[in-house]
Design a protein around this ligand. Structure first.
Ligand code: 4AD
Ligand code: MG
Length: 457
């Protein structure tokens, strides 16, 4: 017998005989002579109501013992449901039990806090909220590949293990096969790769090399940062999408960022309406309006200097001041996106002193052609820039940032042989999932979050 997904059966136009579904029991209700079993198989939020009649083989021994969390296969007929609330139900002809869950199953029918569910992250995908979040996450990933495919970008796999620090922020996890020792200095020539190696913080430098060969490319992979900050928006392991485009300036770069965010938001609204609706009802009341606004409005483009002026003139009291040369804090991002413009804002031309070496120096010699896309609730969702394509300026910036030029010889070669203006950005995938679901904590949008002092599962 062909196995069906509950999500497909729910869309059926006709009654069907002889269907097979498999899933986990959410609830069982008994009446005189029959029971209703709500079965969920993870294909959608919807449960299939299974009608189990007392004439079913093993009704007393099997059906009446079914508990929440038990695993079943049900063979039967898809019939119109006489009850209110659902169009279809399955009248069981045969029920096969894989496993009866004991009373200690932690997901009994009540609402659990996100904090508690994090402690049982191996079971939380069996709840409505988390199954919806991870279906949306999957659909977003597909939407991203679809976007770039339609634009003829080439997908590049950049290394996970690297010997260079793209962001220069010193937040790298070391990769080594040496025995731990307190002795210093460590002799890395004895190590696996013969020099100090780490998990990558960004695939950008390698993506640039490929952009200067293939034109338009992107990466989509895991990145790692040993940032010891326990915030709602930072994880030690997160996924990033990094497009890189040859012959492209900052303005084109901003346009692509805006287009990408709008495209994938519209994509999940179209493909996951029930899952999005769950978040709009139970997690973020304003969600549908917020997403429609993101898709329908033109993003603001605001030079960093003007952002500072707006913050200063706002009349609001902030915990932190922002003198020129400091990064915006989340309270300032919130002011710009939620209070002042009430839509996404792209802040650009940041001071060179707070940005990495690879960003293109502007003619004022003080700012770089950087851009951050800020969105409500989440804050910075994208960071990017036009890249410094002039060899002499790049070398000067590397000296200023204290980088060892010799070990970046391959990167500098790209500025020696056929250098062209090029640009790109990094979109934080978890922050994108937070944006479209309204989920407030990054720990709840990645299956098994890695944060300081937390590496369970
Ligand atoms: O602004 P970032 O550090 O930019 C880069 O890494 C560039 N190399 C990207 C590029 O131009 N190709 O990071 C990009 C984005 C941020 O805007 C944020 O959304 C996300 O990555 N991000 C994090 N997400 C979760 N946890 C963290 N610790 C993150 N750090 C950055
Ligand atoms: Mg950034």
């Amino acid at each position: 017998m062909k196995r069906s997904l509950i999500s497909d059966l729910m869309k059926s136009d006709i009654v069907q005989t002889g269907v097979l579904i498999q899933g986990w029991v959410r609830t069982r209700r008994d009446s005189k002579g029959f029971s209703f079993i709500e079965l969920n198989d993870g294909s959608s939020l919807k449960n299939m109501q299974v009608l189990a009649d007392e004439t079913l083989p093993g009704y007393n021994e099997v059906v009446l013992k079914l508990t929440t969390g038990s695993a079943l296969a049900v063979e039967g007929d898809l019939i119109n449901s006489p009850g209110a609330g659902q169009r279809w139900e399955i009248k069981a002809r045969n029920i096969r039990v894989y496993d009866i869950a004991p009373e200690s199953y932690p997901l009994q029918k009540k609402r659990h806090s996100d904090e508690y569910l994090r402690t049982i992250a191996h079971l939380r995908p069996r709840t409505n909220k988390y199954s919806a979040a991870f279906r949306i996450r999957s659909e977003l990933a597909y939407g991203i590949h679809k976007f770039f495919k339609e634009k003829s970008f080439t997908y590049i796999h950049t290394p996970i293990i690297t010997a260079s620090d793209c962001e220069g922020a010193g937040q790298m996890f070391r990769v080594t096969t040496l025995e731990p020792t307190m002795q210093k200095p460590v002799d890395f020539t004895q190590d696996f790769f013969g020099k100090q190696s780490s998990l990558t913080v960004s695939g950008q430098l390698e993506a640039e090399l490929f952009a200067l060969a293939l034109g338009n490319v992107y990466t989509f992979g895991p990145t790692f940062r040993a940032e010891n900050s326990n915030t709602r928006r930072h994880a030690a392991e997160f996924w990033m999408i990094e497009p890189e485009m040859a012959f492209c300036d900052l303005s084109d770069n901003m346009s692509l960022a805006e287009e990408l965010i709008k495209y994938v938001t519209a994509h999940v609204m179209e493909e996951c309406p029930d899952d999005i609706d769950l978040f709009a009802r139970f997690v973020e009341k304003d969600l549908t309006k917020q997403l429609e606004k993101i898709v329908g409005s033109e993003f603001v483009r605001l030079p960093y200097r003007d952002a500072l002026l707006l913050i200063e003139k706002s009349g609001q009291t902030f915990e932190f001041e922002v003198p020129f040369g400091q990064d915006l804090q989340s309270e300032h991002e919130q002011f710009l996106t939620e209070d002042y413009f009430k839509k996404p804002v792209i802040v650009y031309n940041y001071p060179a002193s707070i940005k990495p070496f690879y960003m293109r120096l502007n003619d004022d010699n003080e700012t770089v052609a950087a851009m951050d896309v800020l969105v409500g609730r989440v804050g910075e969702i994208i960071g990017g820039s036009q890249r410094e394509e002039r060899l002499d300026v790049l070398e000067r910036r590397m000296d200023e940032c204290g980088l060892e030029k010799d070990s970046y010889w391959w990167y500098l070669d790209s500025r020696r042989f056929g250098s062209v203006p090029h640009s790109g950005f990094g979109l934080g995938f978890e922050r994108l999932v937070m944006m479209v679901t309204g989920i407030a904590n990054i720990r709840d949008v990645i299956p098994f979050p890695r944060t300081p002092k937390n590496i369970e599962f």
